[in-house]
Design a protein around this ligand. Sequence first.
Ligand code: ADP
Length: 274
Amino acid sequence: MVDANRALQDRARAREDAAVRRPIVRFRGVKKAFGAMTVLEGIDLDLYPGEKVVVIGPSGSGKTTLARMLMTLETPSGGEIEVDGEPLFTMVRRGRRVPADERHLARVRGKIGMVFQHFNLFPHMTVLRNVTEALIHVRRIPPEEARRRTMAMLERVGMAEHADKYPAQLSGGQKQRVAIARALVMEPKVMLFDEPTSALDPELVGEVLAVIKEIAAKGDMAMLLITHEMQFAREIADRIVFIDGGKIVEQGPPEEVLLRPKSERLKAFLARFR
Ligand code: ADP
């Protein structure tokens, strides 16, 4: 009996381990071409629950395209992307795999929160409404509850006192913190940041990185972050992925990738930040 119980417990634990080991995002042989120009090729990339992965690489190497495919803003030209165990761009209908319809895309995309370089706040809405909007109209959360969750999130990013302002009344750093709150309030499984500080004046970069760092430290959420802030990458990344010419050239723990680069391309890239 004791043995049987133990066997059951072992099996339950093995199932939990397997669930934890299953990537929350999986790119397999992903390719993207715009017309005759191949922008990404043979991308294999797994992101595990809770893992913080930072993508670095020269401008034009395909980083944004990678993020945009995960947000379904671009469709891959080949290969497959899975989110939480299910293909993003295909679905099963009557036992057959067919291209995903808008409903499928919206459902899977709902597991991902994205923060862009250029905030993308709604200019005609207050900070509060910018954050409650999707909670109320997409998630169907009652307004009072949406407001409560929003204020808690704005508190977390240090923007609660600005809840009634409009985006035009905020600094770039403040706008970006609102954009982060807006994505986080939806409780995504993965947060995607595409150069969240590169449009900011230098003196405003720190406050945004501090918020992201705080989220990374507390959240059990996975993060995929594209940035040119190498010191920041080193501090928060579990893994750094270096993309150049549309391919993953090197990846590994920050110390390895940033301090002991193997390829000449990565060495040359890092030399620009010294
Ligand atoms: P990165 O984020 O690393 O700077 P991008 O993913 O933005 O790189 O771009 C990679 C390449 O793809 C660039 O050469 C860019 O000009 C090209 N590209 C990106 N989006 C499009 C598009 N919609 N149509 C045509 N070319 C594009």
